[in-house]
Design a protein around this ligand. Structure first.
Ligand SMILES: NC(=O)C1=CN([C@@H]2O[C@H](COP(=O)(O)OP(=O)(O)OC[C@H]3O[C@@H](n4cnc5c(N)ncnc54)[C@H](OP(=O)(O)O)[C@@H]3O)[C@@H](O)[C@H]2O)[C@H](O)CC1
Ligand code: K
Length: 500
C-alpha cells in the first residue's frame, strides 16, 4: 500500500472529484460516513460525544460526522473553534445542514468557552487535518491543550490536529494526543514514524474509494506493507523438494558469554525453512550449540572465545554456501575484525549482516565498499547512527536511511516500531507487525536467523527483508497476545514463527 505526500493527497481528492465524478461535498459525506461506520462499530449509541471542529474541510468532516451521529441518536455536542474569519465552502454547507437538525452548536473563541471533558465521554478531534500549515496558536492551541489534559477518549479525524502529514514538527508544537486516529484510504507518513507514536495512537483506515488510477500511478518511495501483501511473497513448497532445494546457510555467530545469540539465530534460521545450516562458533560454543540446536551442523573456530575465521578449519569456503549470516553475539575482537575483512571480498552473493558485525563496519568504514551488493543489514537505530551520523528528527533519519541503502546498494532493515526496509532503489517499506515486547535481548538475533534462511532459499533480498520482518513481527504479536508483551522472550518468538 502506498504512502502519499500531502500534495499528492490533495491531488488525489481532486482527481477523485474530477474522474468519478463526485461533488466535493459528497466526497466529504462519504469520508464522514466512513468515520461514522467505524465509530458505531466501536462505541455504543449511548456514548456522550463532543466534536471539536475547525473551519476547514477537517472541520467540515466534523460537522457531517455530528449530523450522522445525531441521526443515529448519539448524544452529541458540537464545538466550532473560531480561529479565523473564514470557513471553507464545504464547512459552510455542512454547518447549514447541521443547523437544520440542531440549534445547539457552540462556538469557542476564548478559553472560557471550552467545556469540561470527562473520562466517560469521547472527544472527536476535527479541528485541523492535512491542511495544517503552521503551528497551532491562540484558541486552537488552548483547545488542543484542554483536550490533551482531559481524561476523555480522543479520536482524531484523518490526522491529529497539529501534526504534519509528512514533515517534522518542532519540539514545542502543540498537537492532539489521540487514542485513535481514523484516517482516509491511505496511511500518512507521520503515522509510521516512531517519534509520533503519541500523536497517532492506534490508527485505522476507512476506504472512501478515492481514484484508484491516481493511486496506482502516483510516484512515491514509501510503502506500508499490509499482511496480505507480505504473505504473497511467500514461496510455495514443491511436493518433491529435498533439503538441497532450500539452500545451505552458514551462520557466523557467538563469542564467550554470548552463545545465546548464536543459538537463537540458528534456531530461527531452522524454523524459517532453510535446507541445511552450518553454524561457525568459537570453540567454547561448540558443546553449547551442538546440544541446544541438534538440527544444525557446527563448525568450531580455531579460537577458544571469539571468531577468527573459517579458512583454517573448513574445506568449504563461505562463498560456496547459499548465503552467509554474520553478527549475532560475535563481539568486536581485533581477530573478528580481521575475519570480517577477509570474508567480505570473497562473498559474491547477498548476505545478512547484523549486530557487532555492523559495529565493526561502522568503525572501519572503508569496508562498506566490500559488502556484497544487495546484502541485508539489520541495524537498530543506535547501530544505524554509528553507520551514518546523528539525525535531528525522524524525517532526516529516513533520508539518511534511503541515501545509505541507495549509495551502497544495500537492503537496510531499520528496526523499531514499524521497522523500515530500505531498498537499493531508495524505496522504504514500513512493516505492519510487531509490538514493544520485541524490544528485548535476542529478538534481533532471531531476525538475522530468519533473513539468513530466506536468502538461502533463494528469496530476492528485498522480498526476503519485507517478508522476514513481517513474519518476525507477527510471531512477536502472537506471543504478546498469549502472554502479554512484558513477559515475552526471544525464544518464544522463535517458537511462534509460522510460514503460511
Ligand atoms: N481524501 C481525503 O483525505 C479527504 C479529506 N477531507 C478532509 O479534508 C481535510 C483537509 O482539509 P483542508 O481544508 O485542506 O485543511 P484543514 O481542515 O486541515 O485546515 C483548514 C485550514 O486551516 C488553515 N490552517 C492551517 N494551519 C493552521 C493553524 N495552525 N491554525 C489555524 N489555521 C490553520 C489552513 O489555511 P491556510 O490557508 O491559512 O494555510 C487550512 O486550509 C482532511 O484532513 C480531511 O479531514 C475531505 O473531507 C474529503 C476527503
Ligand atoms: K483532526
Amino acid at each position: 500500500m502506498k504512502i502519499l505526500n500531502v500534495d499528492q493527497i490533495r491531488a488525489l481528492d481532486e482527481s477523485t472529484i474530477k474522474h468519478e465524478p463526485i461533488a466535493p461535498l459528497n466526497l466529504m459525506e462519504r469520508a464522514s460516513l466512513g468515520f461514522v461506520n467505524w465509530y458505531v462499530d466501536h462505541f455504543p449509541a449511548t456514548t456522550s460525544t463532543k466534536i471539536f471542529c475547525g473551519l476547514g474541510n477537517n472541520g467540515g468532516d466534523g460537522l457531517a460526522i455530528a449530523r450522522l451521529l445525531m441521526e443515529r441518536e448519539y448524544p452529541v455536542e458540537v464545538y466550532v473553534v473560531r480561529y479565523a474569519p473564514r470557513e471553507s465552502d464545504d464547512f459552510m454547507h455542512n454547518h447549514r445542514r447541521l443547523k437544520l437538525i440542531t440549534e445547539d452548536i457552540k462556538y469557542v473563541e476564548f478559553s472560557r468557552d471550552l467545556p469540561t471533558l470527562r473520562h466517560n465521554e469521547v472527544v472527536i478531534d476535527a479541528i485541523l487535518g492535512s491542511g495544517l500549515s503552521r503551528p497551532a496558536e491562540g484558541i486552537v492551541k488552548a483547545t488542543i491543550e484542554t483536550i490533551n489534559r482531559a481524561p476523555a477518549t480522543v479520536i482524531s479525524v484523518d490526522i491529529a490536529s497539529g501534526l504534519y502529514v509528512d514533515q517534522a514538527n518542532q519540539p514545542d508544537d502543540v498537537i492532539i494526543e489521540p487514542d485513535h486516529t481514523v484516517s482516509f484510504q491511505l496511511p500518512k507518513l507521520a503515522f509510521v514514524l516512531p517519534k509520533n507514536g503519541k500523536y497517532v495512537g492506534n490508527w485505522h483506515l476507512v476506504d472512501i474509494q478515492l481514484h484508484k488510477r491516481y493511486i496506482d500511478l502516483a510516484p512515491t518511495p514509501y510503502y506500508f506493507t499490509q499482511p496480505r501483501e507480505a504473505r504473497l511473497l511467500l514461496h510455495k513448497r514443491e511436493r518433491y523438494s529435498n533439503k538441497g532445494t532450500f539452500g545451505h546457510a552458514l551462520l557466523l555467530a557467538g563469542s564467550f558469554g554470548k552463545m545465546g545469540a548464536a543459538v537463537l539465530s540458528a534456531r530461527a534460521c531452522l524454523r524459517s525453512g532453510v535446507g541445511l545450516l552450518t553454524v561457525h562458533v568459537p570453540q567454547c560454543g561448540y558443546p553449547i550449540l551442538q546440544s541446544s540446536v541438534p538440527e544444525a551442523m557446527c563448525q568450531p573456530d580455531g579460537h577458544q572465545t571469539v571468531l577468527t575465521g573459517t579458512s583454517r578449519i573448513s574445506s568449504t569456503p563461505p562463498s560456496e554456501y547459499s548465503t552467509v549470516g554474520i553478527g549475532p553475539g560475535i563481539g568486536k575482537a581485533p581477530e573478528t575484525l580481521t575475519m570480517l575483512r577477509e570474508l567480505l571480498p570473497t562473498i559474491k552473493k547477498p548476505m545478512v549482516i547484523d549486530a557487532d558485525a555492523l559495529n565493526l563496519l561502522s568503525e572501519n568504514r572503508e569496508l562498506y565498499a566490500q559488502i556484497p551488493k544487495h546484502s541485508i543489514l539489520t541495524p537498530h537505530p543506535k547501530e544505524f547512527e554509528r553507520l551514518t551520523k546523528p539525525w535531528k528528527d525522524d524525517y532526516e533519519k529516513l533520508d539518511l536511511l534511503r541515501d545509505f541503502a541507495k549509495t551502497h546498494k544495500l537492503v537496510v532493515v531499520l528496526k523499531g516500531a514499524y521497522s523500515a526496509v530500505a531498498t537499493p532503489d531508495g524505496e522504504v517499506h514500513f512493516n505492519a507487525t510487531g509490538n514493544p515486547g520485541l524490544s528485548t535481548g535476542g529478538t534481533g538475533d532471531v531476525l538475522t536467523g530468519v533473513l539468513t534462511a530466506l536468502l538461502a532459499q533463494g528469496y530476492d533480498p528485498v522480498e526476503a527483508a519485507v517478508l522476514g520482518v513481517y513474519a518476525h513481527g507477527l510471531a512477536g504479536d502472537v506471543v504478546a497476545s498469549q502472554r502479554g508483551p512484558i513477559g515475552m522472550t526471544a525464544s518464544d518468538v522463535v517458537d511462534a514463527l509460522r510460514w503460511e
